[in-house]
Design a protein. Structure first.
Lengths: 281, 455, 454
């Protein structure tokens, strides 16, 4: 694991500058169950942050807190340095935070253009302005180099899994978004389609968006992430540039919350140093 | 520290943060109290919790029955509602809906809907009645019933195959069946205004006639009822005791005692009502009507089939989560088809009962196939069966059917003049809507099957 | 963006697509209902179009083909059985009767697109018919239970009031379905029964006669032959020009559009059909005297067809209807108000059924309780018509024109069987079989059931 990722570009300079999206001290419980406890997270622009954790660690809950589906019980979210309150999905969208959920939320009977504009159609004299929507959709897809689709008017139901994922991502980024959250984007995809989606993720990063990818699949994560953030049973147990981790340490963090670690790792989690000292044999 | 040393601690001191499954968190379903309760008090507390969280089971129908009985008793002319003769008549009327409803419940448990059940019932009745006609074909009554049920089963097999293997939506298939057999009945009867009749003086035909209209001898009634209560009571008691002895999950002993007590009390009440002479001055009509043991027999059959056999287990599984059932190796198409077969056969028997209720006369307008379906669905839903699959028991059909019959009869007792015909339409419609409305709002905590996933 | 070979949207990346298919770990939804790309999207010439269309039909997605084939089969069969079938007099008769089925099917489509069903449309029609008749009763008539002295509304006021009542019924049913999430099947079944009872109360046991000349003319009146031709010309020019210029414009701007020859064929088909209809209508079809010209009801049906087509295909609301039918969760996440769209669909369905009721009243003239009872059977025919026309029972797929095409089939069957003197029981049996056939075709064209079902 070298300091530079495979594109030869080092960590984005804005790591040291203010991250685009910042979470501090987020708590969330459901009844008697504490889903998130004192979670901090940085999502810098122009970087891909991989959010990892075992099942039930709280990844989805955290994503939904950012997306406005849940409200945290405690803690603060900062967007571009200002504190913000995201009370519903529309607030998140207004800020420029877009989420692509695991089930993609695409209507199979509608074509690509119709899906991309669902809920935000353009009209002229109260009638749908199909031409302008079609053009914009085409431009977005071209800009993201999504080329394997035969026609932009194809019903989404006839696309492959990777193409559907691409459409869902394109739908998310059309709207001046600054932060994109992807929940298990490669979960149901084969090798070739995974490649397609990961390329897409990189392109989003290159456009300057802050991208967060939730994934179980450590291969995909290591391929594309600039930073890793690892949750364990509702707590953020590690958050650092991807280069400071190796596979074993990530697994250890995911399953136990601690890791022998590498000597040059720098952890931003508040708990970590005390724990490491406590459990050092 | 490595993985091999020390404990796998959650991370820090303080309460552990357990895994969160969002689905479970969103709709935590209480564990049914019979599983956890060690004493009667615990049982009732648990049951009350279940009620509050939305899983009210049979309570609405029981409450409704009480309300209906009280209301109609008060408003019918001369407070005639609760007279023994009328009560028995209600049971006779309800018997058709009860049996039909039990058939419909099987299909509802799968998460489907059978619209043709009314028309199939009439088919079953017409076939049986045609077969016992003299001089030909003059089948023995048991053969007539058997052939009729077989034909209905065949109809069910065809519909079931179209639904389960060809995958046409059930309501289209059964809608087609409804139309088809409504027309078929008229064709078999030989025209729109003809009718088939039974002659009660002919012993062979008398059996069919007596299904609803005939009564057991009073002494036989009491003895028979006593035997049934004792046997069922013993089975309940010994079964529970055996489970407790071997350390399995079992309700507290006092609960079993209460159940047996309730059964005995109900039996006594029913028999008391039936033993009173309800024929008035001109005739002596007393004793348990045949229809009661017949319906209870069907109830017993279905309850055993659904609660105690593998087949029944699979039916519930398919209704709850077809994909899970499929992966567990359940033959979805086979079970589904059989459900339609058995449900149609049950409907056929209900049709035979219907003819008997109408004094052995079968004409093309003896029963409205549409109304029969609606009432049977309403009965099932009121009784506690879910429209979306996975939740329901045959007893729901019995209770719901009784309620529907009571309402229908109570309304007919009141003289409403020109409103009486329109009411025949408005009432089932309103009852159905009310039943489903209550189901949707009061049983939120118990969403099963397809209902749980609806957006 | 001009369409060139290097346009990233049109160059299929060959290596990718074949290995995509080979490696497709597609999720269940896509797998269950994989559809071929509709040929109009990628064909560059008429020949390509036909070839691609044929491939698609063989793959199972047949669109309106079954209904067109159905129309041809049914009409040819009946013409053989009775040569009067396609005579001018009978055809106009047929169109007039079919208009009811067409309208009811168009009403039903609003519910079907959502993935729901409306079983009450027949009775909404019935109630609308009797309400209309009662409202225009002259003062002094002592018929209906609710208005013992005759209300004598002007005919156009009666129409508005009737339609408003229908919309109210639709709103109630829609609210129960959309906000309380009761199954539409049950809600409209209950609604059907309640409306039947209410209709009987309105009739109060006595038949009522639609004694108003304007209302009578709605069904029985017609334009003159000259006006008929003028109307046809206007229709042809309007639709032809719209289609042509829209497609040409899209082609010019490099957007997806069918080949020019296809548009030309579509326009030609409309011209031919229109000319045939006008010719048939302009022949004298009266037994005594002269009745010539296109009946009023044909443009009425067309107006409804036009309005609903624009609503469903070209407005946001229509887009949301299709989205909810296709994936309600996706629609919800996109911010669509599911409850509001669903409720409005039931309102529009009831409104259309009300329009059908007005035509129905005008047709029957003498409304009795038996008419109310028969109104029930119309709903099955409406569903059958919509499904035969190509609308899916599962939601998300269908167009208003399907109602018209399906209505032609059902109307043809009914008319033909009547001409042949078939008993009504057998007609019931026949319609049941047709419904089953339609359902089967719907399932097969989806590749085996609703996507995602086990």
């Amino acid at each position: 694991m070298s300091e530079e990722n495979e594109h030869g570009v080092g960590p984005h300079p804005s790591t040291t500058a203010e991250p685009l999206l910042k979470l501090r001290g987020i708590d969330k419980h459901f009844g008697a169950v504490q889903a998130l406890y004192q979670v901090d997270l940085d999502l810098p622009a122009g970087q891909v942050t991989g959010l990892c954790g075992d099942n039930g660690a709280g990844k989805s809950v955290l994503t939904r807190c950012i997306a406005g589906v849940h409200q945290p019980d405690r803690g603060q979210i900062y967007f571009e340095g200002r504190p913000v309150h995201i009370r519903q999905a529309r607030d998140a969208a207004a800020l420029g935070i877009e989420t692509v959920y695991q089930d993609l939320a695409l209507a199979d009977n509608l074509d690509i253009v119709q899906n991309m504009f669902l809920g935000r159609e353009r009209t002229r004299h109260e009638l749908l302005d199909e031409d302008s929507m079609e053009r914009s959709a085409g431009e977005t897809l071209a800009g993201l180099r999504v080329t394997s689709v035969r026609s932009i008017r194809q019903p989404v139901g006839s696309l492959s899994g990777g193409q559907r994922q691409s459409v869902a991502v394109a739908k998310a980024v059309m709207w001046n978004s600054k932060v994109v959250l992807l929940d298990e984007p490669t979960a149901a995809l084969g090798v070739v389609q995974t490649r397609m989606v990961l390329d897409l993720v990189r392109r989003l990063r290159d456009h300057g968006l802050a991208v967060m990818v939730i994934s179980h699949n450590l291969n995909d994560v290591f391929e594309v992430a600039d930073r890793l953030a690892i949750l364990h049973l509702g707590r953020m147990v590690a958050e650092a540039p991807a280069a400071s981790f190796d596979r074993q340490s990530v697994v250890e963090f995911m399953t136990t919350g601690v890791s022998g670690g590498r000597p040059d790792a720098s952890y931003t989690s508040l708990e970590q140093p005390a724990e490491a000292a406590e459990t050092e044999a | 520290m490595t993985l091999t040393q020390g404990k796998l601690e959650p991370g820090t001191s303080g309460e552990p943060a357990p895994d969160v499954d969002l689905t479970a968190a969103a709709g935590v379903v209480e564990v049914p109290p019979e599983i956890l309760a060690q004493s009667l008090g615990e049982y009732f507390r648990g049951w009350w919790q279940k009620l509050k969280s939305g899983d009210s089971g049979m309570l609405p129908v029981l409450v409704a029955m009480v309300i209906v009985a009280v209301v109609f008793e008060l408003i019918t002319p001369e407070n005639a509602f609760l007279r023994p003769g009328n009560l028995v008549y209600i049971f006779g009327l309800s018997s058709v809906y009860m049996v039909l409803s039990m058939g419909e419940i099987v299909v509802l448990l799968l998460g489907e809907l059978d619209l043709s059940i009314g028309a199939v019932a009439l088919m079953g009745g017409v076939i049986a009645y045609k077969l016992v006609q003299q001089p030909s074909p003059n089948f023995p009554w048991w053969a007539a019933i058997a052939v009729s049920l077989l034909c209905c089963g065949l109809i069910g097999a065809i519909q079931g195959t179209l639904v389960a293997r060809v995958k046409i939506p059930a309501f289209v298939v059964t809608l087609g069946g409804f139309l088809f057999f409504t027309g078929m009945i008229v064709i078999i009867l030989g025209g729109a205004d003809t009718s088939l009749g039974l002659d009660p003086t002919v012993p062979n035909q008398a059996v069919l006639y007596n299904l609803v209209q005939g009564n057991l001898d009073v002494v036989v009634s009491w003895v028979g009822a006593g035997v049934v209560v004792v046997v069922l009571g013993a089975m309940t008691w010994l079964g529970a005791a055996a489970r407790r002895r071997s350390g399995l999950v079992a309700p507290p002993a006092s609960l079993a005692a209460i159940r047996i007590g309730l059964m005995a009390a109900a039996a006594v009440a029913v028999l008391a009502i039936c033993t009173v002479n309800r024929g008035g001055v001109f005739a002596t009509i007393e004793g348990l009507p045949w229809v009661i043991p017949v319906v209870l027999g069907i109830l017993g059959f279905w309850t055993v089939l659904l609660q105690r056999t593998r087949f029944g287990r699979y039916v519930y599984a398919i209704g709850g989560n077809p994909e899970a059932a499929r992966r567990a190796g359940v033959n979805l198409a086979g079970i589904r088809t059989w459900c339609f077969v058995l449900s149609a056969a049950t409907a056929g028997f209900a049709g035979i009962l219907l003819g008997s209720f109408y004094y052995g006369q079968y004409s093309s307008n003896v029963g409205d196939p549409g109304q029969l379906v609606l009432y049977s669905v309403a009965a099932a839903v009121i009784g506690g069966t879910s429209l979306f699959g996975g939740r329901g028991k045959p007893i729901h059909g019995v209770l719901g059917g009784l309620l529907i019959g009571g309402i229908a009869y109570g309304v007919s007792l009141m003289n409403l003049g020109t409103l009486s015909i329109p009411l025949e339409y408005i009432l089932p419609g309103a009852v159905l809507l009310l039943a489903v409305f209550v189901d949707v709002t009061s049983r939120r905590g118990a969403r099963t099957g397809k209902d749980a996933a609806r957006v | 963006m001009a369409r060139t070979d290097s346009d990233p949207l049109t160059v299929p990346v060959a290596a990718n697509s074949s290995s995509d298919l080979a490696e497709a770990n597609v999720d269940l939804t896509a797998a269950a209902g994989v559809e071929e790309v509709p040929p109009e999207l990628v064909a560059q010439s008429m020949g390509e179009y036909v070839r691609a269309y044929w491939r698609r039909v063989r793959g199972g997605d047949s669109g309106v083909l079954p209904v067109v084939v159905g129309i041809i089969l049914v009409y040819v069969a009946f013409q053989i059985a009775d040569s009067k079938f396609l005579g001018a007099q009978n055809v106009v008769n047929l169109l007039e009767q079919s208009s009811i089925y067409m309208l009811l099917a168009m009403a039903e489509i609003f519910a079907l697109l959502l993935g729901e069903i409306d079983l009450s449309t027949g009775l909404v029609m019935g109630l609308a018919a009797v309400t209309l008749a009662e409202l225009v009763q002259p003062a002094g008539a002592a018929n209906c239970a609710l208005c013992p002295h005759g209300l004598a509304f002007p005919w156009w006021v009666a129409i508005i009031v009737t339609l408003l009542i229908c919309m109210g019924i639709g709103a109630i049913q829609g609210t129960l379905v959309a906000r309380f999430r009761m199954p539409s099947f049950i809600v409209t079944l209950g609604g059907l029964l309640i409306l039947e009872g209410v209709s009987l109360i309105v009739l109060n046991g006595n038949p009522v006669r639609l004694g108003n000349l304007q209302l009578y003319d709605i069904f029985w009146g017609h334009f003159s032959t000259l006006v008929s031709w003028i109307l046809l010309a206007v229709l042809v020019v309007a639709t032809g020009a719209t289609w042509w210029f829209r497609d040409a414009g899209r082609r010019r701007r490099g957007l997806v559009a069918p080949p020019a020859s296809f548009t030309a064929v579509k326009i030609a088909a409309v011209i031919v059909a229109g000319v045939v209809v006008v010719l048939l209508c302009n022949e004298n079809r009266a037994h005594f005297g002269v009745i010539e010209g296109v009946p009023y009801l044909i443009p009425i049906v067309f107006a409804v067809l036009f309005a609903w087509t624009v609503l469903l295909q070209r407005t946001r609301f229509g887009r949301y209807v299709y989205a909810i039918g296709g994936n309600p969760e996706a629609a919800r996440r996109a911010g669509v108000s599911l409850a509001s769209v669903r409720t409005w669909c039931f309102v529009l369905a009831a409104l259309t059924a009300g329009i059908a009721g007005i035509l129905f009243a005008s047709w029957q003239v003498f409304l009795t309780t038996n008419i109310i009872k028969s109104a029930n059977s119309y709903v099955l025919l409406a569903v059958a018509a919509a499904v035969i026309g190509g609308t899916s029972l599962f939601g998300g797929r269908g167009k208003t024109i399907h109602g018209v095409l399906g209505g032609i089939v059902i109307g043809g069957i009914y008319n033909g069987l009547y001409l042949l003197g078939v008993q009504s029981e057998w007609v019931d049996v026949g319609i049941a079989l047709v419904l089953l056939a339609a359902g089967t075709i719907d399932v097969l064209s989806r590749g085996g059931g609703r996507p995602g079902t086990t």
